[in-house]
Design a protein. Structure first.
Length: 504
């Protein structure tokens, strides 16, 4: 009889697609099922997902991964779960039905509520590590309670549950038995105190959110319940959970203070491990929980950019100038080096370090000779320039990076990786397993399932595969920086004009 191999399955519930990936006993990916699902933009600045799309793509991809394991006599030791963070759902505890679509992290509908709370910004930052911005869950919950008929009274009566996507999926995957989250996801709500690691009554009062809505908060490698046998036929433990960006930090093996990664998916998120005490930025970066294991928390400093790969999707789906994302590489290579087109992809405001929710996208420098290729290249370039802004902010905070570990859908584009190295003037490393987000959750599940003893045991499992060294033309670099900064400035002036119009 052949030996039974052990594996873990990770569910990666991202902004644009859901994946289920089987990682074998040495944490190599051996099977992937992936399904994209629609994005909804009901009003300018609003972004929603249908929760049933999220659930159905999760069920379908997970069942495909489980079938692969069955066919190959693989024993599933545990399930890891990573998710788009901050995205907010409220559901009925009795029926499990959601009250409103998922309000996605990119959604800006609560910009004015956040503006009114600006005077609390520093106080909020010291408690949560975050800012007063529509990005985070608290004002999204409040919006649902105030806009869905009877929601607030039902919440106060204890009939409703709130969750980020991890909580919602754990609830559904366990047949409504568990209402849980992990510390990394809790730390993105603006309701969680990252100093004492608890939901915070003062924050709940500030955002007018009843405590009865909240899930219990657990370690990242912990017992999150078991799969519902009625739906899945097997009772497998869910034992590793983290927000996708923190999971990528784990998947890149950044367990020591100062180690960093940047993920280029729908958005772009640079996280640097800041050790066992929260460190607070003076440059508008966030402080967040990197992971909690056995009650011990490791923190990270984070720079968040709202639009990265999403801009490539916009070129493909809204402008129709790209047949597929991968074609952006070929088009970018056709454009002259010193072109003048600048795209600021602020479709859902600007994140770090500007934090301007009313900013909107813009294209500068068009001439009669500008082509689709110019716009495509300038869009790819804009992601590098935004990353440069993050790195500059980190440097001012005393974090000096000499290399950058990258991952996420966009880094399949080698032209982009090279341009990034040139812009940042540092070495860019791309790992062998680019699915580091899913890998991080596999490590967490593997840890709890006893496949390894310590997080450090994973450090060498995902070596670098490609390295991009900077090829810097100083004059060109200066010109590009100058144009980018001028374009951002103009965009911010437009945002101010828009804010004044709304006040009139
Ligand atoms: N070759 C490519 N060049 C540039 N962008 C790409 C390429 N391939 C995928 N992308 C972008 O990467 C994103 C998907 O990355 P992924 O990490 O799966 O994101 P998410 O987890 O946010 O759904 C999409 O927005 C897509 O436009
Ligand atoms: O879907 P991603 O991978 O771009 O990640 C979204 C982030 O978690 C939002 O904070």
């Amino acid at each position: 009889m052949s030996a039974v191999h052990k594996a873990v399955i990770t569910i990666d519930q991202g902004t644009t697609s859901t994946r289920a990936i089987v990682f074998d006993s040495v944490f190599a990916p051996v099977f992937t099922a992936q399904e994209e699902y629609p994005q909804h933009y009901p009003r300018p600045g609003w972004v929603e997902h249908d929760p049933e799309d999220i659930w159905q793509t999760t069920v379908s991809t997970l069942k495909q991964a489980m079938a692969y394991c069955r066919e190959n006599a693989i024993e599933i030791a545990g399930i890891g779960l990573v998710n788009q963070r901050e995205t907010t759902l409220v559901w009925d505890r009795e029926t499990g039905k959601t009250l409103y679509p998922a309000i996605v992290w990119q959604d800006r509908r609560t910009a004015h509520q956040c503006h009114k709370l600006k005077h609390k910004e520093e106080w909020l930052h010291q408690r949560t590590g975050l800012r007063c911005d529509p990005y985070f869950s608290a004002t999204k919950i409040c919006w649902i309670l105030d806009n869905v008929p009877h929601a607030r009274e039902r919440a106060e009566a204890g009939e409703l549950a709130f969750g980020t996507i991890d909580s919602f999926l754990i609830w559904r995957l366990t047949g409504g038995k568990q209402h849980l989250t992990d510390t990394t996801n809790a730390s993105r709500t603006n309701l969680f105190n990252i100093n004492d690691m608890n939901w915070d009554n003062d924050l709940l009062a500030l955002f007018d959110v009843p405590a009865s809505l909240l899930p219990e908060v657990k370690n990242c490698a912990d017992d999150f319940g078991k799969l519902d046998t009625t739906e899945f036929g097997e009772s497998i433990p869910i034992c590793g959970v983290a927000g996708d960006q923190q999971a990528a930090l784990i998947g890149q093996g950044c367990y020591k203070m100062g180690e960093a990664k940047t993920t280029f998916g729908t958005g772009c998120f640079a996280l640097v491990n800041s050790g066992s005490e929260p460190a607070f930025s003076e440059q508008n970066l966030l402080t967040t929980v990197a992971y909690t294991l056995n009650g011990k928390t490791c923190y990270a400093m984070e720079g968040s950019i709202f639009v990265a790969g999403a801009a490539i999707q916009w070129l493909r789906d809204s402008l129709g100038i790209l047949p597929c994302a991968a074609d952006s590489e070929k088009l970018a290579r056709q454009v002259e080096e010193d072109h003048q087109v600048v795209v600021v992809p602020a479709f859902t405001g600007l994140g770090a370090p500007y934090w301007e929710p009313l900013a909107r996208g813009a294209i500068f420098g068009l001439t009669r000779g500008s082509t689709a290729a110019h716009v495509v290249r300038a869009t790819l370039e804009s992601v590098s320039y935004q990353t440069q802004d993050l790195l500059n902010a980190m440097r001012c905070d005393g974090i000096d990076t000499t290399t950058m570990n990258v991952d996420g859908g966009m880094v399949q584009n080698s032209w982009f990786c090279q341009f990034l190295a040139n812009t940042l003037d540092i070495t860019v490393n791309r790992p062998k397993v680019m699915e580091t987000t899913a890998l991080g959750a596999a490590y967490l599940a593997g840890l709890h399932a006893g496949l390894k003893d310590n997080i450090e045991d994973f450090a060498a499992l995902n070596p670098q595969d490609s390295t991009f060294e900077p090829e810097v033309d100083d004059i060109l670099k200066k010109k590009r920086q100058h144009r980018w900064q001028a374009a951002v400035k103009a965009t911010l002036i437009m945002a101010e004009a828009e804010a004044n119009l709304e006040c009139d």
